[in-house]
Design a binder for this molecule. Structure first.
Ligand SMILES: [Zn+2]
Length: 503
């Protein structure tokens, strides 16, 4: 390509005072003008990049401290005693959005915990990015397993230990700081809206209605979510989907009261034994789920997709070492990544019954209860699977007990197209800040609101998670690496830039 400067036509006169008069006609050859505009753009880009870097470097400490402050609010959506903390957290998020440059930010009511909505509109003609996140967290129990208080964030070895650090306060807060960076360096070229809800960890029971009632307000071109993990800092990845969920509770009742296990044991059925047997029967010797019809609607992954998944870096020994196990467990015929990505699973999440205090008590309990959930893959309906699970647990129990089975919550799986501008912009953003093309992976977790958001708003979702699988989400000692937090803040402005350019 000829990059020399070539003036092809020039027709001008210059008067005595040196001012140009008459008509000036200058045109450059095509390759030259694109060279000029390219070099101008790349100069511009470099200038913008260093402005972002400088701003973020200068405010680094504050960015971190503000996030830690949010982590100190015990916004546990599942527990009614934290209702005021939920409100306090929503108010804090609203204020932080305003401080970061939002035109408006509101705490909006729902039948449950409130939603925080904010927007920064620069030009109605520009593309709009809707950021979704959640300010509620999982209950921290069991407390005795935490090395430090779940709501007293501690930074150790570059990791922020606190409930909500990775899920999801630390992650949605990166977007607020990314917006601040763009606003304060005068380089925002998209409109940004924020939808930060307070009921994600209890299944978003009121968000569907909220979204349906506020479609105009939430109108956008893409939904951007950071509520998931990447493979590693060395191997950045982008989730291309999440699994669905069916969550039920099963209560098995035997006799009408707790009994003496010496007097009645052996003569009356023990609900713990019955419930254990039922649960054990849910997997066969190949670890397939035995519930009739469970796999009926699963669309098997193609050979190509499985081959692509196999390319993701994975070290089984490292994986086992990290978990402290000598052997892995799972559905025969599938790799670990497949088991946690493209296959449905059934897990017991809690089980309790009988005497659990100190010492021994010879009791034959009246009740045994379990919480059971299934992770689902695309094309499986959570409504259908929930019905199937409830039916199965009611039917399989012997007449010596009664079963009360009921639903907690559920949600559908979601897959995002990888040929959309938004996905391409996300991939380009990751490449820019990590220096590496991201690997597309299927996430094992669930964000039930995804399918509802897409259905109500008619737009696609892009997942840009900056956490790690080892962040102990929902477990004691949840953490988020400081490095990942800053990397997220560094990467997100690129997404806005590239998405605006590609749209
Ligand atoms: Zn989350």
């Amino acid at each position: 390509m000829d990059t020399g400067l070539a003036v092809q036509e020039c027709d001008a006169t210059i008067d005595d005072s040196g001012n140009a008069a008459g008509s000036i006609n200058i045109s450059f050859s095509l390759c030259t003008s694109s060279y000029l505009s390219n070099s101008f753009q790349s100069f511009n880009f470099k200038f913008m990049q260093s402005a972002w870097k400088e701003y973020q470097e200068k405010n680094k400490e504050r960015f971190l401290n503000e996030m830690l402050e949010l982590l100190r609010i015990p916004s546990i959506s599942a527990k009614s005693e934290h209702k005021n903390d939920m409100r306090k957290c929503a108010d804090a998020v609203r204020q932080r959005l305003l401080d970061a440059g939002a035109d408006k930010a509101e705490v909006m009511e729902t039948a449950g915990h409130p939603v925080v909505y904010a927007e920064k509109i620069i030009d109605a003609g520009k593309p709009t990015v809707l950021v979704y996140g959640h300010y509620d967290v999982q209950p921290p129990e069991p407390l005795e397993l935490w090395h430090s208080g779940p709501f007293e964030p501690v930074i150790k070895d570059g990791k922020i230990f606190a409930r909500g650090s990775a899920d999801d306060k630390g992650q949605f807060y990166m977007h607020i700081k990314a917006m601040e960076t763009l606003v304060k360096t005068n380089s925002l070229n998209t409109n940004i809206k924020f939808l930060i809800e307070g009921e994600e960890e209890v299944g978003s029971p009121n968000l569907g209605k909220f979204v349906a009632e506020n479609k105009d307000m939430l109108k956008a071109d893409v939904i951007l979510i950071s509520d998931s993990a990447m493979l590693s800092m060395e191997n950045p990845s982008l989730d291309i989907g999440v699994r669905g969920l069916s969550y039920i509770e099963v209560e098995v009742t035997g006799a009408n009261r707790d009994l003496h296990s010496g007097i009645y044991g052996g003569a009356v059925s023990n609900p713990i034994t019955i419930l254990s047997k039922i649960i054990a029967s849910c997997h066969d010797e190949n670890n397939h789920v035995t519930i009739p019809g469970f796999y009926d609607d699963v669309v098997e992954a193609t050979k190509e997709e499985r081959e692509l998944m196999a390319k993701a870096p994975y070290d089984e020994d490292e994986y086992m070492k990290d978990l402290g196990v000598k052997e892995l467990w799972g559905e025969n015929g599938f790799t670990t990544n497949e088991r946690t990505g493209i296959r449905p699973t059934l897990e017991v999440n809690g089980i309790w019954a009988g005497y659990m205090g100190e010492g021994a008590k010879t009791v034959l309990p009246s009740k045994a209860t379990a919480k059971i959930s299934a992770r689902l893959v695309p094309n499986q309906s959570s409504v259908k699977i929930t019905e199937m699970l409830l039916e199965h647990f009611r039917k399989i129990a012997p007449p010596s007990v009664t079963v009360n089975a009921f639903e907690h919550h559920g949600g559908e799986a979601y897959i995002t197209p990888i040929d959309s501008n938004a996905f391409k912009a996300a991939a380009k953003a990751i490449k820019e800040s990590f220096g590496k093309e991201p690997i597309p992976v299927r996430g094992g977790g669930s964000i039930p609101i995804c399918s509802i958001l897409e259905k109500e708003l008619g737009i696609k979702i892009v997942f840009m998670g900056f956490g790690l699988d080892s962040d102990n989400l929902h477990s004691p000692n949840e953490k988020f690496n400081v490095e990942n937090y800053y990397k997220g803040i560094e990467t997100i402005p690129y997404f806005h830039k590239f998405f605006a350019e590609m749209s």
